[in-house]
Design a protein around this ligand. Structure first.
Ligand SMILES: C[S@@+](CC[C@H](N)C(=O)[O-])C[C@H]1O[C@@H](n2cnc3c(N)ncnc32)[C@H](O)[C@@H]1O
Length: 262
């Protein structure tokens, strides 16, 4: 991964952007998203594959390949959902210890079912990730895949940094805002259609259908890959690296380190 030193977003911009995201989405985050993930667990993975024409699997596979762990390392998977990341990592490296946290009991129940199916053990916590229920400097690594669009980053990222040991690494992957306007337009148009056909195929709930506009707005008000690198540095991470995906910046893989002495 290439080191990313560019500063494209200042602290004031970051604060303004987070304030805007809160104003636009606070109600959806608090009241609608929890409902969406009650309905989704049984078809979550298949739904992602259908909605993305299979690209989801490629992204998830590419993401876990960026994660470097040593035997005995403690990993926290934030917004773990159905434990996609934890299971992939444990199958690759059974000697690590994985803790999952997610607000949705239904997603975690499905995650535990999947963990049993793959014969791996994942410790599960149910809770809101804006306050992580772990002591300072607990984990060697933290992962966050496909969820930061739904979170207040000015609260969550400092929490993630707090629970990382000095020298520990944060790995992030999500759908981001493409830097080029034309790619963003195509991407949002694609999302509009794909969310609709996925809802139709899997018979999604009213809450999921209600989110059709939210999914697009969440991306157009989110960060580009370059901006996210700045955000990670602004909240105190060091050695921020970004490997932009080949999909025009629609998805990117970031890694950032909690400095060994800070
Ligand atoms: C799109 S899923 C991603 C799940 C998993 N990381 C993956 O890649 O398959 C988003 C997850 O974030 C969780 N989530 C959203 N907001 C949350 C919050 N404030 N606290 C805890 N979990 C949250 C949802 O319950 C859901 O399981």
């Amino acid at each position: 991964m290439a080191a990313d030193e560019s500063a494209v977003l200042g602290r004031a911009d970051f604060e303004r952007r987070e304030q805007r995201r809160r104003t636009l989405f606070a109600r959806t985050w608090a009241a609608v998203i929890p409902d969406v993930f009650k309905d989704v667990p049984s078809y979550y993975r298949a739904g992602n594959v259908v909605a993305s024409f299979g690209l989801w699997e490629v992204w998830a596979w590419q993401f876990v390949r960026t994660v470097r762990l040593a035997p005995g390392d403690k990993l926290l998977d934030v917004c773990a959902g159905t434990n996609d990341v934890g299971i992939r990592l444990l199958r690759r490296q059974p000697e690590i210890r994985v803790t999952a946290i997610d607000r949705s009991r239904e997603m975690q129940d499905e995650g535990q079912r999947r963990a049993r199916h793959y014969r791996v053990a994942i410790d599960s916590r149910i809770g809101d990730v804006h306050r992580l229920p772990f002591a300072d400097e607990t984990f060697d690594a933290v992962t966050l895949q496909a969820a930061s669009r739904h979170l207040q980053l000015d609260r969550v990222l400092p929490e993630i940094r707090r629970v990382l040991k000095p020298g520990g690494v944060f790995y992030h992957c999500d759908m981001l805002k493409p830097r080029r306007r034309v790619i963003e337009r195509l991407y949002l148009a694609f999302l509009h259609v794909s969310v609709a056909w996925t809802a139709m195929i899997f018979g999604s709930s009213a809450s999921s259908r209600q989110c059709r506009d939210y999914f697009k707005l969440a991306i157009s008000n989110f960060y580009t890959a370059e901006e996210l690198s700045s955000v990670l540095r602004l909240v105190g991470f060091a050695d921020v690296r970004c490997r932009k995906s080949v999909w025009g910046g629609m998805v990117a893989f970031h890694r950032a380190t909690r400095a060994p002495r800070d």
